[in-house]
Each structure stands twice: as structure tokens, then as C-alpha cells.
Design a protein around this ligand. Structure first.
Ligand code: PRX
Length: 658
């Protein structure tokens, strides 16, 4: 700081100096105080007086930053001795080495001690208006009973349990029960075919499956138990299948199910029947007390920070599915911190992430992030247009949702139905709107902001991947009045160091450039390996740019230094020497009223009725590409395709090509 010295009178100078000093320290104190109110850990970081200094500190002192956050925000059984031990070029990633904890204790027990009756889950069932609330105490009991049940049936620490269930409290309790006893979970999206499920069960070497008799989504019933029956025929390692009742319809039990001891089976059946048939006003905990046989206390396993928490297979839109491995402490911490700061989640808020738990978004932002923060999280079982296109906003009104997190594909769809479906409902509780999964085009972004959020809620376009575990780039956290540019993910999260590479693999240092998006230093939430295939992990993410994590996406860094994701790199199109992502082309197309949605390819110029999509709603660009390349044999695994006739239509339309 510059201070005036010398002058006509020593008294005046000294007096003036004192006042300046006082003002300076008062201001510094206020800024420190602000940043510490924002993040208590920051009070201990040297030289951190405001939010941008905090961001810089987290990048250049990543170890100190994460050590402080880990100590403050997780409950440890044994403290860690080493913050990180990582070598990105070899794909060796370890965080919080020596530490032991239990994820379910962090998500449940510690909140039960302070606020047992706080609502943990609001299950927004497919049948609109029949939500079920589950408190932290109830969720802990459910988790412990399931943990005991699994243990009694021989599931051990290190085993892998496949969960093939719709989004519901029992699915969450199943995930947490695995975490409690030290088993890994492998949630498979309940829309996947028997073939896709079997492939994932086999690859995960899973011996236990948890499912439901039938699923219900968008008013349609799906035969989940039958799908499991078909799948396990080609999975010799599967010893047992636990079946829950989502509907009242009995299901045929197979020899495998009957082979289980009757009494154990009965216990399981009763447990599940109670939990799954719960309606809005149902006093289920009383019945649970009365009828359930399992103990409500289940000793949590002390897990090492780097033990596996779960496997999650990527959707398959980019080839053979990869079983990405996430571990205990780093993943949980990263999910919790991003949930709190990207969405500005405060105690008492109702967080509404509408992703299915079968995807990473459901894992990190319906389950682990909100629960680690002691939050109230909505589990959405339905679709955006069931029973009508006002479903989301009616739910926002009824459940008083404060943060809404959804996908551009749904926003684009709803936009076409018109504003009246939104205006019908009171959305005044909304504070933040989130977008994830694909680039959000300007038209959809503006509609989301102006119509859904009445122009007063920040829209956070969050970029991340199954591999990153949690959000890496998004407009927040930043000062409340910091600008947000439509359709841009913009700013890196704490400690994330995005780097753009040119085609020769050189780091692009200036702004207003496009390149391959890499991340220059490890962060706690990143995947550790691909299950059973570390070599593939190294080749995919570490080898393309040694020393960096390669995301497979392209990005543009604006003049101001903000990031915009341009799409997968293999979708980038070169027009007259300009690199253009498919997202930009689609952005233009989507602004035409007649176009519902689009997926572009260099030589693909035909209008079709619908696009081939995975059941999660991602356009299967790989399939489009192979059709135009006339390589039908190379189309590969179509088991995750939502509607196979969409591919047939395109192939027929390209008879001249194929
Ligand atoms: O291409 C990026 C796109 O989705 C990919 C990751 O897909 P998945 O692992 O299924 O996870 C989806 C949910 C995190 C990324 O490589 N993607 C994700 N978010 C965005 C995005 N593309 C543009 N903008 C986003 N906000």
C-alpha cells in the first residue's frame, strides 16, 4: 500500500497515516471476514482476503486447500497423514492417504446426531403429488437394516453389488448400505436392456443384484425383475438377487431366488414391500418398527480413503462401456464442496436434481453431495412431460425447491411446449438453476433464465464428466453479482486448472483460443482407474497429453478467460479453417421453430423424425457417424439405445450411402 510521507506538518501526516492504516485494516478485516463467512477454512489461508484470492490460493496451494477442507468437512475415523500422492502421467492418483472414514456415517449418522428429523430425501414418485419424505433418522435405519441384511447374506468388504433400480429411497439406502459395510456399488440405469445390464454385472464381477419387481416411469410399467432374470442367465457369478416391490404386482420367482432361505427371503420381502408401497401420508416408520427384523444398528466399516466406493459405467455413447472407479474420501469431499458452492446450497434448502441415480449426476448431486452436506434432496422418478409438460414446475411449487438441476435436452423439449406450462406454477422459491450433460444452446439458456427463473436466478451451466466425479467448470462460485455469459460454463472450480492444447499438444497460453480441454493438476474427485483395465485408463486420459488429465472435450477460452465447451473433440468440424464444434451448428439450427433438436455431422444433412439416443437422453453421435461413413458393421453396441427404430429410419433414409 502506498502511504504519503513528508509534508508541511508531522502531526497532520501522522494523523493522516493512522487514519489510512485504520481504514486499510478495517477493510482488510471486513474482506477476511467476508471470505471466512463464505468458506470458514479460508480464515487459515495466508494472504486470502477475497474470493478471487481464495480461487488463486486453491489452484497454487491445492494441497493446503484440500487438507483444510477435508479436515473441516469430513468426519474421520483416523486422520490422513499425506494429502495427496499423485502422478498424472502414470495415472496414479491418491488423496488423503492413511485416512480412514465411512461414507455412510458422513452422509447419515453425523446429521442424525444434530438434526434427526430433518428431511433427507423427498421421493417424487412417478405418480405426481404422492411424494414421500424420509428423514435422516429413517434413512439411517433403512441403511443399517439393509447393511445387516447384505452382511447376513455374505456380502463382504470389497465385494461389488449391482443396483438395478429406479430412483427411490431404497436405491439410495442400498448405495449407502454398501458404503456402510465396505462393499462397492455398481448402479446400472434401470432403463438398460438385459444385455447391457449383464455386460456391466460381468465386468464388475458382481455376485449380488438388488432390483425391484417392476419400474414405473412416465406412467409406463417396465419389467425390471424379468430383465434381471434374463441378464443373470449369462452371469454365472451372481449368487443372489434381492427383489423389492415398487408395484403391487407379484413377480415370478426363479430357482435362484427360491434357493435363498425362506426366512431371510421373507424378511427381505417385508422390508421392501413396506418401503416401496409408501404413499404420501403413510406412517411407515411405525410399521417398520413393528415388522422389520433387522437390527437398526449396523457397525460401519472403517474404510481407507482410497478403497473403492463405486463403479459407474459410462453411457456407451462413445463405445464399449468403461467401469470408472471412484474412491471414498476424495469423491465424497469433492461432491460435497461442489454441491455447496456451485449451487450456493444453504442449510434448509430443498435441492432438486432431476437426474436418474443411474448416472453420475444422480450419484453426486442427488445422493452424495447433498447428503454429505446434511441437505434435503429430491429423488425424481418421472419424466419432464408426465403427466404433462408442467411436471417440473408443479413439483417446484409443491416441494418448494430452491435449486433446480436438469439437462439441456429436457429444457429444449419443454421450451417447445410454450411458456404457459411454466407460468401456471409458483417458482418463487427458486434461487439457482443448473444445467448439465450437453452444451446448453443460447435459446434454451435464455428461456431457462427468463421464463423459468423469471430473470432473477443465476443459471449455472456446469461442465463435468463421470470421470471428474463432480463439477469442474461453472459460473459459480463467484461473487453474487459476477457476470454470467449465456451458454458458457465459464470459471474453474476451486483448485481446477483447465488447460487448452493445440493440435500439436502444445499448451495454449493466450485467450480467445480453442483447443483440447485438459486439467493440469489432480483434484480429489477424479476417477482413479477403469475397473480391471488400468491400461485403458492411462491410454484414454493420461497418455494423450502427458502430465495432464485429458477430458476428450474441446473448449474455447474467451478474451475474458471464460471457458465454453464446444463438444466432444471427435465432433469438431473444420469449416474454412475455423474450428467449429457441433454445438455451435446445433445452436443455430435449434433457433429455427421447426427444429426440435439436432445433431450435426460433417456430411450429414438430412432431416429425420427423431435422433438415436441413449436412454439417458444423450444423442448417440457415434451411430450417426457410422451411418454416414457407410460403416454399419462398425456401429457397435446398440444395447443402450432408447428406440432402435430411430436408427433404422436413418439407415433407410441413407440408402444411397450404406
Ligand atoms: O462432452 C461433455 C458433456 O458430457 C460429457 C460427460 O458425460 P457423462 O460422463 O455422461 O456425464 C454427464 C454429466 C456430468 C462431457 O465430456 N458435457 C457434460 N456437461 C456439459 C457437457 N458439454 C457441454 N456443457 C456442459 N455443461
Amino acid at each position: 500500500m502506498w502511504l504519503p510521507c513528508g509534508g508541511t506538518s508531522n502531526y497532520i501526516v501522522t494523523h493522516f497515516r493512522r487514519r489510512l492504516f485504520k481504514a486499510y485494516f478495517r477493510d482488510l478485516g471486513r474482506r477476511r471476514c467476508n471470505v471466512a463467512a463464505f468458506m470458514p477454512e479460508a480464515a487459515g489461508f495466508d494472504g486470502v482476503s477475497d474470493r478471487s484470492a481464495l480461487q488463486e490460493f486453491s489452484v497454487s496451494n491445492s494441497e493446503s486447500f484440500w487438507a483444510a477442507v477435508a479436515r473441516q468437512r469430513l468426519s474421520w475415523i483416523r486422520p490422513f497423514h499425506t494429502v495427496q500422492d499423485c502422478d498424472l502421467s502414470r495415472g496414479e492418483i491418491k488423496w488423503f492417504v492413511g485416512g480412514q472414514l465411512n461414507v455412510s456415517v458422513n452422509c447419515l449418522d453425523r446429521h442424525v446426531h444434530t438434526c434427526p428429523e430433518r428431511v433427507a430425501l423427498i421421493w417424487e414418485r412417478d405418480e405426481s403429488g404422492s411424494e414421500v419424505k424420509v428423514t435422516y433418522r429413517e434413512l439411517l435405519e433403512m441403511t443399517c437394516r439393509l447393511g445387516n441384511l447384505l452382511r447376513r447374506h455374505g456380502v463382504k468388504r470389497g465385494d461389488c453389488v449391482t443396483i438395478y433400480m429406479p430412483t427411490c429411497p431404497l436405491a439410495v439406502a442400498s448405495m449407502l448400505a454398501c458404503a456402510r459395510i465396505g462393499a462397492a456399488h455398481n448402479v446400472v440405469f434401470a432403463g438398460f436392456s438385459a444385455e447391457a445390464l449383464a455386460e456391466r454385472i460381468r465386468d464388475a464381477q458382481s455376485g449380488t443384484v438388488i432390483t425391484v419387481n417392476q419400474g414405473v416411469r412416465g406412467g409406463k410399467v417396465t419389467e425390471l425383475k424379468k430383465t434381471v432374470d434374463t441378464a443373470v442367465q449369462s452371469c454365472p457369478a451372481v449368487q443372489q438377487v434381492f427383489v423389492a416391490m415398487r408395484t403391487e404386482n407379484p413377480v415370478a420367482m426363479t430357482a435362484r431366488d427360491v434357493a435363498m432361505e425362506e426366512v431371510k427371503y421373507q424378511t427381505n420381502w417385508i422390508l421392501i414391500k413396506i418401503l416401496m408401497s409408501t404413499a404420501g401420508d403413510y406412517k411407515w416408520h411405525a410399521v417398520v418398527q413393528e415388522m422389520l427384523k433387522e437390527d437398526v444398528v449396523c457397525e460401519p466399516a472403517a474404510m481407507d480413503s482410497e478403497d473403492v466406493l463405486f463403479l459407474l459405467y459410462t453411457s456407451g455413447s462413445t463405445g464399449k462401456p468403461k467401469g470408472l472407479v471412484h474412491t471414498q474420501a476424495g469423491y465424497l469431499l469433492y461432491a460435497a464442496l461442489t454441491h455447496r458452492y456451485v449451487f450456493s446450497y444453504h442449510d434448509g434448502d430443498v435441492f432438486g436434481c432431476v437426474a436418474d441415480i443411474g448416472w453420475i449426476t444422480g450419484h453426486s448431486y442427488s445422493v452424495y453431495g447433498p447428503l454429505a452436506n446434511g441437505g434435503t434432496t429430491v429423488l425424481f422418478e418421472s419424466t419432464p412431460i408426465y403427466p404433462d409438460p408442467g411436471r417440473y414446475w408443479e413439483m417446484v411449487q409443491r416441494l418448494k425447491i430452491n435449486q433446480f438441476y436438469g439437462a439441456p435436452t429436457a429444457i429444449r423439449l419443454l421450451l417447445k411446449y410454450g411458456d404457459e406450462w411454466v407460468h401456471k406454477y409458483d417458482r418463487s422459491t427458486l434461487k439457482t438453476l443448473g444445467s448439465v450433460g450437453e452444451p446448453i444452446n443460447t435459446e434454451a439458456w435464455e428461456w431457462y433464465h427468463r421464463v423459468v427463473g423469471d430473470g432473477r436466478c443465476p443459471v449455472v451451466d456446469t461442465w463435468w464428466q463421470t470421470e471428474t466425479g463432480g463439477i469442474c467448470i461453472s459460473p459459480r462460485p463467484s461473487d453474487a453479482d459476477a457476470e454470467i455469459v449465456p451458454g458458457m460454463a465459464m470459471r474453474p472450480f476451486f483448485s481446477i486448472k483447465p488447460t487448452l492444447m493445440d493440435t500439436e499438444g502444445k499448451v495454449l497460453t493466450s485467450n480467445d483460443v480453442s483447443g483440447a480441454l485438459c486439467i493440469a493438476q489432480p483434484w480429489p474427485g477424479m476417477a482413479r482407474t477403469i475397473h480391471n483395465n488400468h491400461q485403458r485408463f492411462i491410454e484414454t486420459y493420461c497418455r494423450p497429453h502427458p502430465g495432464y488429465f485429458f477430458t476428450g472435450d474441446g473448449a474455447y477460452r474467451s478474451k475474458e478467460g471464460y471457458y465454453q465447451i464446444t463438444g466432444r473433440l471427435d465432433d469438431v468440424i473444420n469449416v474454412s479453417g475455423h474450428r467449429i464444434g457441433t454445438a455451435e451448428i446445433e445452436d443455430v439450427l435449434n433457433q429455427c421453430a421447426a427444429v426440435a433438436e439436432s445433431a450435426s455431422h460433417r456430411v450429414f444433412s438430412q432431416f429425420v423424425q427423431r435422433l438415436p439416443k441413449t436412454r439417458s437422453g444423450k444423442i448417440m453421435r457415434r451411430v450417426l457417424r457410422k451411418v454416414v461413413e457407410r460403416d454399419l458393421d462398425g456401429v457397435g453396441d446398440l444395447s443402450t439405445l432408447d428406440d432402435p427404430t430411430a436408427v433404422q429410419e436413418i439407415i433407410q433414409g441413407h440408402g444411397d450411402l450404406c
